[in-house]
Design a protein around this ligand. Sequence first.
Ligand code: MET
Ligand code: ZN
Length: 752
Amino acid sequence: MNTTIGVRSGALQSTALGYPRIGSRRELKRALESHWSGRSDAAALEAAAAAVRAEMLDDLSVLGTVPTGVFSLYDHVLDAAVAVGALAPRHRRDTALASYFAAARGDAEAAPLEMTKWFDTNYHYLVPEIGPETVFAADPGKAVAEFREARERGLDARPVLVGPVSFLLLAKPSEGAPEGFAPFDRLGDLVEVYVELLTALGRAGAGLVQLDEPALCADRTPEELAAVGAAYRRLVGVAEVVVAGGYGPFGEALPVLLDAGVEGVALDLVRGRGDLEALEALNVSRETFLIAGVVDGRNIWKADLARAAADVARLQMLSDRVAVASSSSLLHVPVDLAPELDAAHGLPEVLTSRLAFARQKLAEIAALADPQGPRDARPATPDAWRDAAVRERLAALGEDADRRAPYPERRGAQAERVPLPPLPTTTIGSFPQTAELRKARAAHRQGLMIDADYHARMRAEVAEVVAAQEALGIDVLVHGEPERNDMVQYFAEQLTGFATTAAGWVQSYGSRCVRPPVLFGDVARTAPITVDWTSYAQSLTDKPVKGMLTGPVTILAWSFVRDDQPLADTADQVALALRDEVADLEAAGTAIIQVDEPALRELLPVRAAGRAAYRAWATRSFRLATSGARPDTAIHTHLCYSEFGEVIDAIAALDADVTSIEASRSKMEVLADLDRARYRSAVGPGVWDIHSPRVPATDEMAAALRLAVAALGPDRVWANPDCGLKTRRYEEVRPSLVNLVEAARTVRAELA
Ligand code: MET
Ligand SMILES: [Zn+2]
């Protein structure tokens, strides 16, 4: 039984692993936010969701087989938790919908599930909580209903579920779970629930079912792989299962899956091309269903159809059942390029002619599956996008261009230039972005406010923020970043080689979407970017004002980056632009410059094999950006979003003078880790969790500072929040900063 409905054996098939689900005009975002604010009921939300699903199916219908179940009201991992009945008891409410949103967003009674980054992407998923006591129960409702929606339109449909292995590996132990318990221990139980889910889908008429196992694109232990084999041997007895990875090669998991007897595998042939050779070396049956992920689901460049077709042909040498597809779900790219083509506001044709968003990628897949379809190789990068000066400058840099004077020397010089008390207080950069500020920025963007008025408005804001910090008694001030819409986009708008889209929205989590800039060519700075703002703030106070830049790794992580050269080369170009900005800030008298790298962890390769190379280029680019600074200029950096374990060495290698880092949730444990990584400079452990509206008490922050002093000694600790304040309101920020300054003074007094 190896043929699916409507598919001739041997003919090339076409499909995608998943699709954007927020709506081409972010309709779902609006519907969700209106529902959450109580302006619309559940029926209105469901109607909007149905319209988004209909649009998804319209788009997907150009494919031979459409994936179903890939819509989500908030997050696909939460959907999987619902499908296996694993909602935490604290999130159970009167209706399924209320329970779902309680888990996603929290409410008066319960905190939401934790949210964390999905592999090496900027998508955030909700972390299921699984304990020995969790009772699993199959709830195939959503999967079956969405499958039926597609079938009712006469489409060949393949239901998609997060697979049991990844579900458990992405989960964390529930609150009361005993020491040593891992959610993965429950695989045997969970597989029985998947048997029920697959059975229900089979009864509804499903043939092939896609189980997403992205966790198999990460390194797995032999024990884990043995458990994977056992789980899949059980599942293939109930349904035709095709396992999808999507985030790199399956590697050693590939033979395990095939030996277990899965019907097929979906290979990421963009980031995981190694699987192609691996497969050729294995003796696969010609009946094995091979999904060739040759169209990049993670980036927005047009596919090289010649190269993609060649890879597909290699798979056709191995099997009679091959489908052309995206390398991962298309969730990570915007829906449609059309809004960018508008001549008045859009991107230049030379750029758009090289881009493909989700809809355009579906057309590429369909074209590749058509034997008569186009097979164009990708055109070379236009010469106009190359900047000879930047390339020459980089080529001329010596091996030690990224070195500064030794830290002890810098430390002395900096203390002399800017004397500070022990436990100096500071903030991370942004101050609250009030409604008036946003309005002014929007009016300016739309041409309704002239430059001069806009600048005056922003300067007034800077003056207020400086005055507020002086009144609070903060030691190192910031200008507050009122002029920045977003910490990456702001720089992208002023550097060559970048373009910003009109409507290239991508879901980051739930209803939140981001619009990543496009880094298409060589990067250079044409004029100072931040100097005027920082200098103006400094002119208003005798206290030192920190300059505020976004680092090269973060700029890359939150953009769509050219894929015609290694990321390392692109990072170095961004670094040089920042290096010039550092020099100009310094020339204008700035003594402290912060270069934020909150995304340092995010780009870390999923598999250990690629990590050393990543750490090397990531830290080199940061150091290139900062090493031009004089020894008496203090370079600060800032990291947030926890889980620094894997990048602790890289943090030390940044060689910053001060690192502010999220630490409150990990109870300051990160400080001991830093010490072990031989980090010797100063740390500003975030003592106020700004992701919560709670005002932290003085005592609580003082206790955190005492822990930090105990771990690092009194001379190496700064007092600061754990991130920027732009999402908070002044009502919370003022009292919290009062307490922060008070906490620092209290602990300072104890040191004397
Ligand atoms: C996500 S990190 C944010 C750092 C930035 N300087 C800010 O305060 O907003
Ligand atoms: Zn931050």
